[in-house]
Design a protein around this ligand. Structure first.
Ligand code: GDP
Ligand code: MG
Length: 370
């Protein structure tokens, strides 16, 4: 805003309001504590304190969520859980993701396994589960920094021969901060040196008490290498998801989050999106972060061309005018004109911020530095 009250300005400057009122008086302005000061008055006072004022740039920081209007929740249906795997380096995250994918992807789709889009879906007992293939930390930090919540459940992998390590604790903290349920996969159980009791003991110290010990944290012993325990792990994921009552309405226009995006030489901007509500269709006018376009083509996690993608489905799209960023939100619009308008406004604002970021000093960040 272009104005501040005397009290607000005093606070920003770290002074008593009475002092500001006195200064104003010396400058020939009679003011009370709740008086609105215009830009000139603010500048005069700031000059007295040798503080430079920069105008706030009007930026369209509107969350795309505002374009996703509430609808009748009784139309919502169950949707698959979206799962992120985290844990200390070398504890077996990649091996586990591969193992789940290989045990569950049918032979006919085997060629598709190499089609890598940063997320994939498996079917267990007729129910789908979506796994995010991005490193767990990135999923939580970049996504959360942008305010996106994509994960419904965190699997924390702990090697039974190594126990709780620094990144294990970090992973626990991320999951707790995001308020998602945690399942502990005690991995490498095939190793003679495996010591699951030690893992349970150490995790208890971090507030994760196994059910066997009277707590409510689910521990599943597995071997990502041999595949032992993977079925129980998937079962537990579905069990915990049911409790969470995850729902979405597949009959409406889609909203969701960018998992990853890049510029492809041949195809242009390519983005992997996670549809979180609604259904995304080829041809949909869409705004993705500060980019926009029409969904030209969609490719599924197994490399198949698809025409639509429902809730919790990861899908790769082309057709955007620029490359969005991981964690950006996307929303589908009714018509291309509105999508273009919203997208262009957002792109312009983003550019302004970028240009001004280097030189920009506002009262706010100035005093953060002091
Ligand atoms: P990440 O860093 O957490 O992704 O760990 P990786 O999946 O790359 O695994 C690190 C090493 O541990 C690799 O050599 C794997 O083969 C091995 N590994 C992973 N899971 C198991 C397991 O269940 N048993 C055994 N014996 N080795 C495993
Ligand atoms: Mg790995």
């Amino acid at each position: 805003s272009e104005s501040l009250t005397v009290a607000e300005l005093a606070k920003k400057l770290g002074r008593e309001p009475s002092e500001i009122i006195k200064k104003l008086f010396m400058l020939g302005v009679m003011a009370t504590i709740n008086q609105e000061l215009d830009k000139d008055a603010i500048e005069l006072i700031c000059a007295e304190y040798e503080v430079e004022v920069e105008e706030e740039i009007l930026v369209d920081k509107t969350d795309l969520e505002v374009y996703f209007e509430p609808e009748d929740e009784s139309l919502n249906e169950e949707r698959p859980p979206v799962v992120t795997i985290m844990g200390h380096v070398d504890h077996g995250k990649t091996t586990l993701l591969d193992s789940i994918r290989h045990t569950k992807v049918t032979a006919g789709e085997a060629g598709g396994i190499t089609q890598h889009i940063g997320a994939y879906q498996v079917v267990d007992n007729g129910k789908k589960i979506t796994f995010l293939d991005t490193p767990g930390h990135a999923a939580f930090t970049t996504m959360r920094a942008r305010g996106a919540k994509v994960t419904d459940l965190a699997i924390i992998v702990v090697a039974a021969d190594d126990g709780v390590m620094p990144q294990t604790v970090e992973a626990i903290n991320h999951a707790k901060a995001a308020e998602v349920p945690i399942i502990i996969a005690v991995n490498k159980m095939d190793k003679p040196s495996a010591n699951p009791d030690r893992v349970m003991q150490e995790l208890t110290e971090h507030g994760l008490v196994p059910e066997a010990w009277g707590g409510d944290t689910i521990f599943v012993p597995i071997s990502a290498l041999t595949g032992d325990g993977i079925d129980s792990l998937l079962e537990m994921i579905l069990l915990v998801s049911e409790v969470g009552e995850l729902k979405a309405n597949p009959a409406r226009r889609a909203i969701g989050t960018v998992i990853e995006a890049e510029l492809d030489k041949g195809r242009g901007s390519v983005a992997t999106l996670l549809v979180q509500d609604g259904t995304l269709n080829v041809g949909d006018p869409i705004v993705v972060g500060n980019t926009f376009g029409r969904v030209r083509a969609m490719v599924s996690d197994v490399g198949r061309r698809v025409k639509e993608a429902g809730p919790s489905t990861p899908v790769e799209i082309t057709g955007l005018n620029d490359v969005p960023q991981a964690g950006d939100r996307f929303v589908v619009f009714e018509d291309e004109k509105t999508a273009r308008q919203v997208g262009e406004t957002r792109a312009t604002s983003a550019l302004q911020v970028q240009r001004s970021e280097k030189t920009r000093v506002t009262l706010d960040n100035l005093f953060d530095q002091l």
